[in-house]
Design a protein around this ligand. Structure first.
Ligand code: GLA
Length: 379
């Protein structure tokens, strides 16, 4: 990716970049909608991501180009208004720029900027966190600053929450920032505290991207966020992570039925994350897979953030040989399903699932056999 970035930067701006960084996309392994509820989550950085190259300018102008989108967005130094339409992708690097001073960090003044991605967008693999983290790293390097990795992660989330306007938790940026090849990233979202857990050998990931996206996806995410906060309030706690499965069960009558269902998903999902830690430690991939599928069923029936397309894929996958488990990955309401499989699950096996899907829905999903990768870094 580095050579490609240098090449394209030179073509676009007629000079070489000063700094280059890359940040990976992520899989949400298990821990669905637990992050903003203060719970635990496990994710994996993958071997695809977003690269950003930058060179400073001394006229204060900020130019943004992307290998994926044509044209260039040219902004003045004081021009930090949210972009719309085709230029909306700039809100990620711009949001990071605006977030830096909030953390006592300096933002670079003028620069030429180029982003390049090999990560499918809209697949629930967090291309937004990847571009945020890669942008943060080049801005910081260009201004000679080296804050702790945790701060970089928080800057990315701040951009997403306050500039892009999605009330997401720390999962996406945390995994992109702390990823490690052959490991899962474990986040205790309350701290937040980040650590890594070895992934047992022989575990493979297959992603099936449906390219479907609910038209109201951001609004639905925000609604779930609100319902969870309402549940916590109704239970007299700050966040749902403070409620045990038993306490919640005993409180069923005190919450509106829909709010109770949302809370049950989150509280049981947090318990599933800790069961997954135990199963991983025992290298019991069959047990891990069952927990993943249970997570999906809970999304399907309790949190109601699945779709018929995602359910279809999970149903096909869990029936297929060499599959340990499958679930939607990310916020839901469309996007992708991930399957945890044995090493000998083949492209032929994946194709059968895709063909069955195409026969029902008219178009085949994209298939991605992905591996774990390292977290965001300067190149
Ligand atoms: C999206 C958000 C994350 C997390 C997941 C659901 O990916 O960005 O913060 O809430 O949904 O677990």
């Amino acid at each position: 990716m580095k050579a490609e970035l240098i090449n394209l930067f030179q073509k676009t701006y007629g000079r070489l970049p000063e700094v280059i960084a890359r940040a990976p996309g992520r899989i949400e392994f298990i821990g669905n909608h637990t992050d903003y509820n203060g719970g635990a989550v496990l994710g994996a950085a993958i071997d695809r991501g977003v690269g950003v190259a930058l060179a400073r300018r001394d006229d204060g102008k900020r130019n943004f180009a992307s290998g994926q989108k044509g044209g260039m967005v040219r902004l003045g130094a004081a021009d930090v208004a949210r972009q719309i339409g085709d230029d909306a992708w700039v809100n990620y690097p711009l949001g990071v720029l605006v977030a830096l001073p909030e953390f006592g960090l300096k933002a670079p003044e003028g620069f030429d900027y180029l982003a390049l991605s090999d990560l499918p967008t809209g697949a629930g693999l967090s291309s937004s966190a990847a571009i945020e983290l890669a942008s943060a790293l080049v801005y910081l390097a260009a201004t000679g600053q080296q804050p702790a990795r945790e701060t970089v992660v928080k800057v990315g989330r701040h951009a997403e929450n306050h500039f892009v306007g999605v009330p997401c938790g720390i999962l996406d940026q945390g995994v992109s920032g702390f990823g490690l090849k052959d490991h899962l990233v474990a986040i205790d979202c309350r701290g937040p505290k980040f650590s890594t857990v070895p992934l047992p050998a022989g575990a493979h990931f297959w992603i099936f991207n449906t390219h479907t996206k609910h038209a109201l996806v951001d609004g639905l995410y925000a609604t779930r966020h609100r319902e969870c906060m309402e549940a916590a309030q109704g239970l007299g706690v700050g966040l749902l992570a403070d409620v045990s499965v038993d306490t919640l069960r005993a409180a069923e009558g005190r919450l509106a039925p829909v709010v109770f269902k949302r809370a049950r998903h989150v509280v049981e999902e947090i318990a599933r994350v800790s069961q997954t830690h135990a199963a991983l430690q025992a290298r019991d991939l069959a047990a891990v897979g069952q927990l993943l599928t249970a997570s999906h069923r809970s999304s399907q029936t309790l949190f109601e953030n699945s779709t018929v397309e995602l359910d279809f894929l999970v149903d096909q996958l869990v029936r297929a040989p060499r599959v340990f488990g499958a679930r939607l990955t990310g916020g839901g309401f469309g996007g992708a399903v991930m399957a945890l499989t044995a090493a000998d699950f083949s492209a032929e096996d994946a194709k059968k699932v895709a063909e069955a899907y195409a026969a029902s829905f008219g178009a085949a999903p994209d298939i991605l056999h992905t591996q774990t990768g390292d977290g965001a870094a300067l190149l």
